[in-house]
Design a protein around this ligand. Structure first.
Ligand SMILES: *Cc1c(COP(=O)(O)O)cnc(C)c1O
Length: 372
């Protein structure tokens, strides 16, 4: 058994020495927040890395989502997925919007575009899809539907940092896309987030919403919130960017090892990689069919835990199964058969840049040996 516990992720930190010069600059300037120099540099650097023009930094991804919904002036009903982290729909609730859940596709775990139209009502104003595990949504089809019905599209791209399809960054899709830089994500600023938009005017509007609605010393134009990224976070982001390619490369190796060892075990399904996608390998989900595997997902989860390995059931329960949402009509049992099955089968195995290969082998060994 592992002496030290292995968690599903371990936040990446650059060498401490490399962070000290940034700290020194902050201490010398006394600029701690409010669009300081590191904040400005990080917006530019992220724009270059992600291949987008307009990046607005936030203190975290959830506030970025809440603000993005306000920036798009969304109201009423929003079509979204039950297979995500609760922040996706909590952001709707904080804006007095009603989530309407639609089932997912089995091959990507993303919202099934072919089920969106049936969920549209006169109150629908937007679609809020999530690129789950960094797998691209069917954004071309989603845009077609949105355009047909005059709906806005906001992507929760919290898992999608650095992911590209046909050379185009996933965060460039939708009216707006939102990133999270939380400690557990592929790219972290301890906590943090961003909204990606398509023009300067929208960016300025987002800035107002992010900073109390203040325009200048004497003018406040809207009841904005405080969701600014501070200089410590921004400095960490600048430093993290130096390591991101190497981190993603190491995650890829972990992924390939898992795929190689677990790829042919009856009862275990692994999502297929789509062609022409550059992944970020944020998560490594497997799907356990209890009939074929001989053990349930929960039994595998408990067995790993007993060996000091802490996998996570992302996403279980479904958002629509939490009591605060389960009363909604769209959340009714039986309405989303794919999501209801996938949530019982999914298990995300540990993955992070410095996860050692012998540990990956060991995790796979435990799973293989546990099969009946
Ligand atoms: C992490 C995450 C968020 C929230 O981001 P925070 O930065 O933690 O607020 C939102 N949606 C999804 C899908 C996430 O995984």
């Amino acid at each position: 058994m592992n002496k030290k516990p292995i968690y599903v992720t371990r936040p990446f930190l650059p060498p401490l020495e490399d962070f000290l010069p940034y700290l020194k600059e902050i201490w010398e300037s006394h600029i701690l927040t409010n669009e300081g120099p590191f904040h400005k540099q990080l917006e530019i650097a992220l724009g270059e890395y992600l291949g987008v023009k307009y990046v607005s930094l936030f203190s975290n991804g959830t506030l970025a989502l809440i603000t993005a919904l306000q920036a798009l002036k969304i109201t009423g009903e929003v079509i979204t997925t039950p297979f995500s982290f609760v922040a996706t729909t909590h952001a709707l609730m904080w804006n007095n919007m009603k989530p309407v859940f639609v089932d997912i596709e089995p091959d990507t775990c993303n919202i099934d575009p072919e089920k969106i139209e049936a969920a549209i009502t006169p109150s629908t104003t937007a679609i809020l899809p999530v690129h789950v595990y960094g797998n691209p949504c069917k954004y071309i089809r989603i845009k077609e539907i949105a355009d047909k019905y005059g709906l806005k599209v906001l992507y929760d791209a919290a898992h999608s940092f650095g992911v590209k399809e046909a050379g185009i960054s996933l965060v460039s899709f939708g009216d707006l896309s939102v990133l999270s830089f939380h400690a557990t994500k592929v790219f972290n600023t301890f906590e943090g987030g961003a909204i990606i938009c398509h023009d300067q005017k929208t960016k300025e509007h987002i800035y107002q919403l992010r900073n109390f609605g203040i325009i200048n010393e004497t003018t406040v134009v809207t009841s904005g919130i405080n969701a600014k990224m501070n200089e410590l976070q921004a400095a960490m982001g600048l430093l993290q960017l130096n390591f991101i390619e190497k981190s993603i490369g190491k995650r890829k190796l972990v992924t390939e090892t898992y795929r190689f060892i677990l790829g042919n075990i009856p009862g275990i399904t692994i999502l297929k990689e789509q062609p022409d996608v550059r992944y970020n390998y944020a998560y490594f989900p497997i799907f356990i069919n209890a009939n074929l595997f001989g053990k349930t997902r929960n039994e595998v989860y408990e067995e790993l835990k007993a060996q000091n390995i802490f996998s996570r059931r992302y996403f279980y329960p479904l958002i629509s199964q939490f009591p605060i949402y389960s009363g909604l009509e769209s959340a009714c049992k039986g309405r989303m058969p794919v999501a209801e099955r996938v949530t019982e089968e999914v298990l995300c195995l540990p993955i992070y840049p410095d996860l050692e290969m012998p540990v990956v082998d060991e995790i796979c060994g435990i799973i293989k040996d546990f099969r009946k």
